[in-house]
Design a protein around this ligand. Structure first.
Ligand code: PLP
Length: 442
């Protein structure tokens, strides 16, 4: 009998340990953690270097309030991830989760416009089928309809939602990729015009949409058009890379592959690899300068922001990624994962799409490939596949409501950056058996 409130009614098995890409359960089973939870454990489990760095910092100085003191780990972490001011991002604010990161991004964007005398900017435009966190501000910015539904009456109307760039589901058959991108750009432009372009603070999007649609990458040119529209109207671009960033797609930032950079970027999961809770925002120089020239400080804060122990863990994570040249492994193993998934599921009658980038892949399930017809949501196909895959010894990240919050099913495969070729093959083998078993009889 568990007294911890869990996500679903059934109490899941207890995880007690782990080494590398494997998790050990209390009942003795060993499970390959093929998605690092929700694309979190990017260096796998049981890494001694990270555990030692955390222990050393906890023993030395666990906490000092950031209103009065700075800490070496927070300074080191910012220096390391902002080296060379990637994309014009010059400063960081660290917090304890992706949702807190989104809240900070929304607030700093609003404060920026107040500082520069544009108080009339009070609106955000975001996208349906995107997710930015579960706190009320982040939930309002998100378009994950399943997670929003219960709380809809509490969500701010400062946010409006436009269509995602999700070609498999929403590009018309008689439309070229560039025509689809044009249609999305026209829709965004129309939303700016409807709201009044000088009332918009920012457009908010995941660079690669993670859990909600399952690793949906944007089409070439999409983010270029988005950036141009934001620039033309003097609005900011906030990119949420909580799931897809910090190396997951093969470059440190997913936006590097889109030819644009954001004004504010939200980061979390891969920043600390799950060894400590940590998230944050990376902030463009012009925003920091405006605050410095104006009120002087970011009007926001949390008790545990820039927590020294969490930052010390993240510093070690980032060192390992650099020293072990793990981005190269993400790219190489990503190509192997892509081919293995295509080989195993490319002709599967119930797999409609295989999509992703780097070590961030999803397979979307359909009842019928030709018509892309989905399974009845009450069958909970994604959950069936998840359970069957666990029975085969591999954990993935499942989600339903791929298309609109209710219809569609997918699972995400996002192995740690340390994964080997043999482990990729084992993951896809076991997942293949899990998918066949989970879908059997449907
Ligand atoms: C893209 C994205 N943004 C924000 C969040 C929220 O992060 P957290 O659950 O750490 O609050 C998530 C979590 O899955 C996410 O995937």
């Amino acid at each position: 009998m568990s007294r911890v409130l869990h996500r679903s009614g059934a109490v899941p098995p207890m995880a007690v340990g782990g080494e590398g890409i494997r998790l050990r359960l209390a009942d003795g089973r060993e499970i390959i953690d093929a998605s690092g939870g929700a694309a979190v454990a990017c260096l796998g489990h049981g890494n001694r270097r990270i555990a030692d760095a955390i222990g050393r910092q906890a023993a030395k100085m666990a906490y000092a309030h950031t209103g009065s003191f700075i800490s070496a780990p927070a300074e080191q972490l910012a220096d390391m991830i902002l080296e060379g001011s990637p994309g014009g991002l010059t400063h960081a604010y660290f917090c304890s989760s992706g949702s807190e990161g989104t809240e900070a991004a929304l607030k700093i964007a609003r404060q920026y416009f107040v500082e520069i005398g544009q108080k009339q900017r009070t609106r955000f435009i975001a996208r349906r089928q995107g997710y930015h966190g579960n706190t009320l501000g982040a939930l309002a910015a998100g378009g994950n309809m399943m997670r929003r539904a219960l709380y809809e009456p509490l969500l701010s109307d400062a946010f409006s939602l436009v269509s995602p760039c999700f070609a498999y589901r929403f590009k018309h058959d008689d439309e070229s990729e560039s025509q689809y991108v044009d249609r999305l750009a026209d829709e965004l432009e129309a939303e700016f015009q409807k709201l009044g372009p000088d009332t918009v603070i920012a457009f908010v999007a995941e660079t690669v949409v993670g859990a909600t649609t399952g690793c949906a990458t944007a089409l070439p040119g999409y983010f270029g058009r988005v950036r141009e529209i934001c620039n033309r109207h003097g609005a900011l671009l906030i990119l949420d890379e909580v799931m897809c960033g910090m190396g997951r797609t093969g470059t440190m930032h997913a936006w590097e592959q889109e030819g644009v950079s954001p004004d504010v970027q939200v980061v979390a999961k891969g920043l600390g690899a799950g060894y400590q809770p940590i998230g944050g925002i990376l902030i463009g120089g012009k925003i920091v300068e405006a605050i410095r020239a104006g009120s002087g400080g970011f009007m926001h804060g949390h008790t545990y922001q820039a927590h020294p122990v969490a930052c010390a863990g993240a510093v070690e994570v980032q060192r390992i990624i650099r020293e072990d040249r793990l981005l190269a492994n993400v790219q190489e193993m990503g190509r192997r994962l892509e081919s293995a998934l295509i080989e195993r599921f490319g002709n599967h009658r119930h797999v409609g799409d295989i999509r992703g980038r780097g070590l961030f892949w999803a397979i979307e399930f359909v009842r019928d490939r030709g018509s892309k017809q989905v399974f009845d949501p009450t069958l909970k196909v994604n959950e069936r596949v998840k359970q069957a895959a666990v029975a085969q010894g591999v954990a993935t990240y499942p989600m339903g409501g791929t298309i609109d919050g209710r219809h569609g099913d997918h699972v995400i495969v996002a192995p740690p950056y340390i994964v080997s070729a043999a482990e990729i093959d084992e993951i896809v083998d076991r997942l293949g058996a899990g998918v066949d078993q989970g879908l059997s009889g449907l």
